[in-house]
Design a protein. Structure first.
Length: 295
């Protein structure tokens, strides 16, 4: 089969054509995908008629699995495999959960701009989100190209951001919405980690902003001043010229590189079914990264 990548945005994002995710792939195809990810950082694979096992098998080609907040927030949900992240509004029996339920309120945190698992080391490398059931309206996912955003930074922001580090914490994004972790969740959570505000994206060699809702303070700055800097960088990075919005159809799978983009979910009717399933792989290169700002 011939696989093509058709650009969907002037800065990033491509649609994958001529590929069936149900089929096993060889090392050459994995390399082809990784080179495409390095260039586009977001790949859209439309109408892939795959199940959970096939999504997991495809994901395994790119690295070890990451279960994200499941390590800090225990769940009795057995609706999907343990190595997948359930981003639906459904309970273990497939029924819509009350919008005021703690789990649904926690999921509102995904509507904030973020990079998956930036609160841990190693952080996430690639994420792959698949639509099983989509609501009648809303529920899109937006992506922001943080490489193009860095390239267009005003000089004053560039100077202020370079050589600074932000502290990321697993519960910070939800806390900003008034969703406070329980004592048990705090005891089981991962310690905060530090990442540079500006990193080099390994795949493309381009500088990129590494920010988002999990970043709670800038090291070496007063807390309010650091949070204003984080806000200013995010507002810059999420201007419309750097953003792609994906309108989901059942069977779509979108793969993105967390090292170079932020993303967020969009509003939808919480009384309607939205069944989304994510797989993620770890960025093992960041385990021993020298720019962690520690020591």
């Amino acid at each position: 089969m011939t696989i093509d990548f058709a650009p969907l945005h002037r800065h990033f994002v491509a649609e994958v054509r001529g590929f069936d995710m149900r089929m096993p792939i060889d090392a050459a195809t994995v390399d082809l995908f990784e080179r495409a990810i390095d260039r586009y950082v977001v790949l859209v694979l439309p109408a892939q008629a795959v199940d959970d096992a096939q999504q997991l098998a495809f994901t395994a080609n790119f690295g070890p699995p990451d279960i994200g907040r499941k390590k800090a927030v225990r769940s009795a949900d057995s609706r999907i495999p343990e190595q997948m992240i359930d981003l639906s509004n459904l309970d273990e029996n497939g029924y819509v959960i009350d919008p005021d339920h703690r789990r649904v309120l926690s999921l509102l945190g995904t509507r904030l701009w973020h990079s998956d698992s930036s609160y841990q080391r190693p952080a996430a490398k690639y994420s792959m989100l698949r639509a099983v059931v989509v609501p009648p309206w809303g529920g899109e996912t937006e992506f922001a190209d943080c490489r193009a955003a860095y390239d267009a930074l005003p000089d004053v922001l560039r100077v202020e951001a370079e050589d600074r580090f932000a502290e990321h914490w697993v519960h910070h994004s939800r806390s900003t919405l008034g969703w406070e972790p329980t004592d048990e969740e705090i005891r089981g959570s991962m310690p905060p980690v530090r990442w540079p505000l500006v990193r080099v994206h390994a795949g493309s060699g381009r500088k990129t902003l590494y920010i988002g809702a999990h970043a709670r303070r800038v090291i070496g700055m007063a807390l309010p001043a650091g949070r204003i800097l984080l806000r200013d960088l995010q507002e810059h990075a999420t201007q419309v010229e750097f953003v792609y919005r994906h309108a989901w159809r059942p069977g779509d799978l979108v793969l993105w590189d967390n090292r170079a983009v932020m993303h967020r979910g969009c509003r939808y009717d919480l009384g309607e079914v939205r069944d989304m399933r994510r797989t993620t792989v770890l960025d093992m290169a960041s385990v021993d990264e020298r720019d962690c700002g520690e020591g």
